[in-house]
Design a protein around this ligand. Structure first.
Ligand code: SF4
Ligand code: SF4
Length: 55
């Protein structure tokens, strides 16, 4: 199961994007989103300043 971003918590800062080795984090209008390409590595989780990413 892919990791997920809580759209309500995400501030759209973009810090998580460069952490993803498979480029599966994309910017949305109000929050970033994780796509089906996520391989559940967990690398994006600790960089989020508002802890919006869960696996
Ligand atoms: S868990 Fe890994 S593969 Fe999935 S979105 Fe985060 S950094 Fe990318
Ligand atoms: S690091 Fe967190 S707050 Fe910033 S875009 Fe990613 S999920 Fe959203």
């Amino acid at each position: 199961m892919a990791h997920k971003i809580d759209a309500g918590a995400c501030t759209n800062c973009g810090l998580c994007v460069s952490e993803c080795p498979v480029e599966s984090i994309v910017a949305g209008a109000d929050a970033h989103e994780i796509t089906d390409g996520c391989v559940d590595c967990g690398a994006c989780v600790p960089v989020c300043p508002v802890e919006a990413i869960s696996g």
